[in-house]
Design a binder for this molecule. Sequence first.
Ligand code: GUN
Length: 293
Amino acid sequence: MTQILDGKAIAQDVRAEVGIKTQALRESRGIQPGLAVLLVGENPASQVYVRSKAKACEELGFYSLVLEKPATITEAEVIEQVRTWNADPRIHGILVQLPLPAHIDEQRVLLTVHPGKDVDGFHPENIGRLVAGLPCYAPCTPAGVMEILKRSHIETKGKHAVVVGRSNIVGKPMANLLYQKNPYANAIVTICHTAAPDLTRYTREADILVAAVGVPEAIHGRDLKEGVVVIDVGINRIDDPTAPKGTRLVGDVHFESASAKASAITPVPGGVGPMTIAMLMLNTYRSAAGEVY
Ligand code: GUN
């Protein structure tokens, strides 16, 4: 039997735990976690994400600030806004929704976020801390994958984890989390990317496969080994004339063929996706509670 890894349920558990700890933090120390989000431009996917983040804050009793700015905003104005939030004691987490318009240098903006408020884990200080195995904010999506593995009691120690994709948001931090020397990681990690002459040579060797490719159903069950644990980070909308809306969501893995081989697999939707916001809430709570550094 293939275990379906229910990210939606795990995310609800994480959020419920954060809610309980948030109430305790308010009662014991009078602190309300606060998250500020900057959304630039009118990217529809970003608008959906930002609304979900604000809703999650409301549910947990966080102080929440969402600032929407037109795509014509200058880089200097974005940086000035981030600096204002760096200095605001009500704000424990700052999130600049990516992507930013092309005229704004993302790295310069991310460098401006105070590392102690960098709940996205994108600042080079947090990236360095992650690599070094120091307390840090880890990027929310790969941190969510680690939480799924841990709470589903999937053994990672000594297993061959193959990460497909090398983005700063998912692939790179994912690989770095998986090899860390702790009881919930300790995997042997391969990271694959577009220069691999034959990707299947690597995917076939995976005990744990993490797909963060950004291409719908790019990885097929025939290229996986029996018993593999499949973590699908992709969310792609594809045309499907048989679906009521004419489209449907699929991952980066071909679910039907992969689930026939896998011992466990995350579905899309309802797998990794819901974990991202849950981990963002957890990171914001940790910042407010002074748990990280
Ligand atoms: N765009 C896509 N994913 C993310 C994320 O996790 N954080 C931010 N800030 N932007 C994103």
